[in-house]
Write a protein that binds this ligand. Structure first.
Ligand code: ATP
Ligand code: MG
Length: 287
């Protein structure tokens, strides 16, 4: 089987290339031919037809939706599929996709799209956001590694945030839990593979990249069925789901990562995640 692994053209983060190399290593071990490429001119449209390299499948480790759509339309099976990558890339769209499906999530208020830099803030909107209670969380729809997640402590901070972010897609969320802590659950082929608790003593965001430390977490039935349902709704082959635990013990889905880094989870859980993902990809070919 010929398999392509796509990483972003402007990749800076070492973890991204290590992730690609680990998956390539395991795919090769299972007999696949494998190539890691950046999404630079991978496919082009000539006279209205897509000309793409010849691969049977592609592990798409980027969030570039046009590149994903091009490859998929040329007939290559993408892991994860283009629609799922897009859905997870936009946190607000993920939230909407998971709503009405019995998935507990933090209460959420989207910010209306604003086109004008000189538009004045809506008092009605700010009043509604404040009903979430302080502290509350503000998020840009497209953010990674904690960079688009902010803690808002009072009205002054809310106004300042809204003022400087009104032209960017964003939303507000109820603050869940005690801060700096969540559970990262890895799901492959619709099954929970492992879970780790992430704790950050220095920041309300538990991301490993911001200093969070991981430890193995034994997922109970409630957490397993919640995360497997999320993966099923979003039609994901692979994902890392961030879960916040409420004061009454309820699991709340915080966000879903279609390209979750797995190095820390492999280390603390003692599970070969790259191998499990490679097995799923090879099984597709043999099906
Ligand atoms: N509603 C919330 N209540 C309390 N803490 C939160 C909330 N939302 C996010 N956090 C904290 O901030 C961290 C980062 O938030 P989130 O997972 O939404 O974004 P991200 O990690 O930047 O996104 P990505 O995983 O795509 O890089 C979470 O892991 C959690 O520790
Ligand atoms: Mg996250």
């Amino acid at each position: 089987m010929k398999c392509l692994i796509v990483v972003n053209a402007y990749i800076k983060n070492k973890s991204q290339i290590m992730q690609a190399e680990r998956i390539a290593e395991e795919l090769k071990r299972l007999g696949a031919e494998c190539e890691i490429r950046k999404n630079i001119a991978l496919a082009e449209i000539v006279k209205g037809n897509i000309i793409a390299p010849k691969y049977e499948c592609c592990v798409f480790l980027d969030k570039d939706k046009a590149a994903a759509r091009l490859l998929e339309k040329s007939g290559i099976r993408l892991f994860n599929n283009a629609a799922a990558v897009e859905m997870c890339d936009d946190k607000m769209l993920t939230h909407i996709a998971l709503s009405n499906g019995g998935i507990p999530m933090p209460d959420c208020i989207y910010a209306p799209l604003c086109y004008y830099a000189d538009a004045s803030l809506s008092v009605e909107f700010l009043n509604r956001v404040e009903k979430l209670g302080y502290p509350l969380i503000a998020k840009t729809c497209y953010g990674s590694l904690g960079s688009g997640v902010f803690l808002i402590n009072d009205h002054t901070e809310l106004e300042a945030f809204e003022k400087s972010n009104k032209l960017a897609a964003h939303f507000y969320q109820k603050f869940i839990g005690c801060g700096g802590e969540d559970i990262r659950v890895i799901v492959i082929g619709g099954k929970v593979i492992c879970a780790m608790r992430r704790k950050n003593e220095k920041d309300f965001r538990s991301n490993i990249e911001l200093g969070g430390k991981g430890e193995k977490y034994e997922a109970d039935e409630r957490l397993i069925s919640l995360c497997e349902r999320v993966s099923e709704i979003l039609k994901l082959d692979y994902c890392g789901i961030d879960v916040l635990t409420d004061s009454d013990g309820t699991y709340n889905v915080c966000e879903v990562n279609s390209n979750a880094f797995f190095a820390e989870a492999e280390k603390v859980c003692g599970v070969n995640i790259a191998k499990k993902y490679a097995e799923l990809i090879i099984a597709f070919k043999n099906a």
